[in-house]
Design a protein around this ligand. Structure first.
Ligand SMILES: Cc1cc2nc3c(=O)[nH]c(=O)nc-3n(C[C@H](O)[C@H](O)[C@H](O)COP(=O)(O)O)c2cc1C
Ligand code: SF4
Ligand code: SF4
Length: 279
């Protein structure tokens, strides 16, 4: 991240301090990235200086600077992807730092907001809220409902909600989340069970003859789980099941079992271009 930028700005009254926020996010197919960009824009409009960084692009221990930390991620199996949890656990403790989070999802998050709140609070942070945004689902390993019109409407609704959430953050308003033990338990056990299936499921992606060996999937996998072997792409077992590879392949050459042949692929508009440019 660029840490060289000054936090100060010149005004006719002299030098003023700008409040500073850091947004960390993980995004498999761009929904969370799109909301993170909206947060950044809304904070900047409100006069904040914002650092935006993808968790999977970071090297070394994450820094927490400024006045507000914001974390964004996609809901996976009613919980956070394990690399997001590992990221939160690696954050430094800082008593009283203001923090907030948001998640994007296809439908429902169950205990995920409470789990997120608790993990951030355990770092000593003062949590202001954990927002949920329903977005088009990127789960293409089976039935998938929705039309382009409905996806557009979801994104518009989420954008409106995000601007309000940022206005509340700037005003320092706290938005409580429900802590229901049975929901938290459900999310924790569901994700643990789901995660055990990753190595097997990652082994069930296949790459077909339309593959042009462009190496995009290899370059963009957040887990470095793909490699070129001769004239084919090979999957390893270190998969977080973000579905970036299957959704972003420009040739639609990747399938999963016999479940994806008739199903459309998904990415938030502009995501592949942006992520390629960032690497
Ligand atoms: C492995 C996996 C599990 C998912 N589980 C859920 C879920 O439990 N609840 C839900 O509403 N959406 C679920 N989804 C849908 C995503 O949360 C949703 O599409 C999200 O916005 C994707 O964000 P991204 O584009 O930033 O990766 C899941 C998607 C994947 C890939
Ligand atoms: S992104 Fe698609 S076309 Fe490119 S190497 Fe991967 S599977 Fe082949
Ligand atoms: S192999 Fe595909 S689904 Fe698994 S982590 Fe990499 S990009 Fe995501």
């Amino acid at each position: 991240m660029n840490r060289g930028t000054s936090r100060t700005a010149l005004s006719i009254l002299g030098v003023i301090e700008l409040p500073e926020a850091t947004i960390y996010y993980f995004s498999g197919t761009g929904n969370t990235w799109a909301i993170a960009l909206l947060y950044k824009e809304a904070l900047e409009t409100a006069g904040w200086q914002v650092e935006l960084a993808a968790i999977d692009g970071l090297a070394g221990t994450p820094e927490v600077r400024g006045d507000l930390l914001i974390l964004g991620y996609p809901v996976h199996a009613w919980n956070m992807p394990f690399l997001v949890r590992e990221f939160i656990e690696s954050l430094p403790e800082r008593k009283g730092l203001k923090a907030a989070a948001f998640m994007t999802m296809g439908a429902i998050s169950r205990g995920a907001p409470a789990i997120t709140w608790r993990l951030l609070a355990e770092k000593g942070y003062e949590v202001l809220g954990v927002e949920e945004y329903v977005m088009p689902t990127n789960w293409v390993l089976g039935e998938r409902a929705g039309t382009e019109e409905s996806f557009y409407a979801l994104r518009e609704e989420a954008a409106k909600k995000a601007r309000q959430a940022v206005a509340d953050l700037v005003a320092g308003k706290v938005r409580e989340v429900a802590f229901v033990d049975s929901e938290i338990e459900f999310s924790e056990t569901s994700y643990a069970r789901f995660r055990r299936a990753f190595p097997k499921w990652a082994g069930e992606f296949t790459v077909g003859e339309s593959c042009t060996l462009c190496s995009l999937c290899v370059d963009l996998c957040p887990m470095n789980n793909l490699r070129m072997e001769g004239r084919t792409v090979v999957y390893g077992k270190e998969c977080v099941l973000c579905l970036r590879c299957i959704n972003l392949c420009p040739e639609r050459a990747i399938e999963w079992r016999d479940k994806t042949q008739t199903i459309g692929r998904y990415q938030a508009p502009g995501f592949a271009k942006a992520i390629r440019a960032a690497r």
